[in-house]
Ligand binder design. Structure first.
Ligand SMILES: *[C@@H]1O[C@H](CO)[C@@H](O)[C@H](O)[C@H]1NC(C)=O
Ligand SMILES: *[C@@H]1O[C@H](CO)[C@@H](O)[C@H](O)[C@H]1NC(C)=O
Ligand SMILES: *[C@@H]1O[C@H](CO)[C@@H](O)[C@H](O)[C@H]1NC(C)=O
Ligand SMILES: *[C@@H]1O[C@H](CO)[C@@H](O)[C@H](O)[C@H]1NC(C)=O
Length: 436
């Protein structure tokens, strides 16, 4: 077993919570009289640029906070210039008018395998060092670099030469005297259990490790572990008598089936929607700096997702299972049929919305959604509006017409008037004091 399973929490009931009142702010760490070094600019979706003149630090931090791809800001207090950055690796001292704010990263724990090397080898070229290894470094520094890079999954460190290699994956190890392999402890997912159920429709997922979508296992934990280790796995179906574990790439509902249990992954961080046999309707390619092209042949779809995960600007991927071509997209505007292709769209986390009952908005500032192609839509429930408005940075609020279930998207929330027919939802803005 590769990882010890720290916790599999089982939920019998699960209610989505679109909280009101919690701050959406990430924690930022502040560095006075400093600027970032080296500099990796991040282009804001909202500004369509990597910097802007903004009247206050608050605006600068708010933009960085909202956009997943922004990791830090350089703020120049005298020129009111806000520079957005894609990574935070280090700072250098600068004039008194300069400040750096970096989003605080969760510290990753590493699992150590002594006298071991990764097998097979998945080298990772670090964006910042333009290299797959660091020479003359320390273990602590190398772990820090791996920690802040989401694509880095492991490192191997030779203490005799102080050389550290970055790895993009971990599938197993081989003995190697003098080398220590450190593997990031994977996130333990939480699952929701449906007893006596099978998922419908069934979307089998072939794991690279098993080379199949099902296998007889010793216990349900082995099945869940397998699902944990793969981002594409969204659910499992477990036959309690035959102990056969079936991996699924999607969950769209369940049906009664005695002797089967379904476990559905509750996503913590990035959430994706998967469309089989589909491609993006209007092609808007995205070129990551590691590739210099918007597409590349990769052996597995999870590598394609990893690359997309690394960039906030990447919104979707298309994977051709025959040519193994991974194409990155900077927008999702709808899908169309294409056999043998898988479209995976990054779903933004549902943001915090304030809810005001029995009110309509004044003034009316419609926002045309690029997903809907218009500013309003008949929906089946309010969660659809919450999801679309969360996905699009420029959508700040919406009005929900209760009786007909029509959702009207808005650019701003500026005021309200009483109306029994409508409810208002607007994105919660944190107060300025939380920045530092
Ligand atoms: C890595 O490559 C990028 C793009 O070519 C360049 O801007 C950057 O300075 C390089 N970094 C180092 C440490 O050489
Ligand atoms: C690491 O640096 C040492 C000393 O500068 C050098 O002799 C060695 O060849 C380097 N190793 C690699 C793999 O670059
Ligand atoms: C659910 O199970 C019932 C009974 O076996 C079956 O008739 C029905 O078609 C199933 N529904 C779906 C959507 O598979
Ligand atoms: C929304 O649904 C109503 C019926 O509930 C229908 O009359 C109306 O035309 C629909 N509007 C749109 C934009 O589809």
């Amino acid at each position: 077993m590769l990882y010890s399973l720290t916790s599999i929490l089982v939920f019998l009931y699960f209610t989505p919570d679109f909280g009101t009142g919690n701050s959406v702010f990430h924690k930022f760490e502040k560095f006075e009289n400093s600027q970032l070094d080296p500099s990796l600019s991040y282009k804001s979706v909202e500004w369509n640029a990597d910097f802007d003149y903004v009247p206050s630090l608050y605006v600068c931090l708010t933009v960085c906070d909202k956009e997943e791809g922004c990791r830090a800001v350089d703020y120049d207090t005298s020129n009111k210039k806000c520079n957005l950055k894609r990574a935070f690796y280090g700072i250098v001292s600068s004039g008194p008018q300069k400040q750096v704010y970096a989003k605080v990263h969760k510290v990753t724990e590493f699992k150590l395998y002594e006298n071991s090397e990764e097998a097979p080898d998945f080298p990772l070229e670090s964006l910042i060092f333009n290299s797959t290894f660091l020479n003359g470094t320390t273990l602590e520094y190398c772990q820090q670099m791996c920690n802040i890079d989401t694509l880095c999954k492991a490192i191997s460190f030779y203490s005799s030469t102080n050389i550290c290699y970055f790895k993009s994956n971990f599938m197993g190890k081989v003995e190697s005297p003098g080398c220590s392999l450190y593997v990031k402890k994977e996130i333990s997912y939480q699952y929701r259990l449906f007893e006596d159920s099978i998922p419908i429709p069934s979307l089998p997922f072939t794991s690279i490790k098993w080379a199949s979508s099902s296998r007889k296992v010793e216990n349900v934990e082995s099945c869940l572990l397998q699902c944990n280790e793969d981002i594409i796995c969204k659910a499992i179906e477990f036959n309690v008598e035959s102990m056969v574990c079936n991996l699924k790439s999607g969950f769209f509902g369940k049906n009664f089936s005695s002797g089967h249990n379904t476990y559905v992954k509750l996503e913590k961080d990035l959430k994706y929607n998967l469309y089989d046999n589909s491609i993006v309707k209007d092609d808007i390619p995205f070129t990551p700096s590691v590739w210099q092209l918007s597409n590349q042949k990769v052996p597995d779809i999870s590598i394609c997702l990893d690359i997309c995960n690394r960039y906030g600007e990447c919104k979707a991927i298309v994977y051709d299972s025959e040519t193994l071509l991974c194409s990155l997209k900077s927008a999702y505007s709808g899908k169309k049929y294409k056999a043998g292709h898988r479209l995976i769209v990054k779903a933004q986390k549902i943001q915090n919305f304030q809810f005001i009952e029995n009110s309509a908005m004044v003034p009316n500032n419609p926002y045309g959604s690029f997903i809907w192609g218009q500013h309003f839509k008949n929906v089946t429930n309010v969660e659809e509006c919450l999801e679309v408005c969360s996905t699009e940075v420029l959508c700040r609020a919406f009005e929900f017409r209760k009786a007909e279930k029509i959702c009207f998207l808005k650019k701003i929330y500026a005021g309200k008037t009483n109306s029994m027919a409508f409810d208002i939802y607007f994105k919660f803005e944190a107060d300025e004091n939380r920045c530092d």
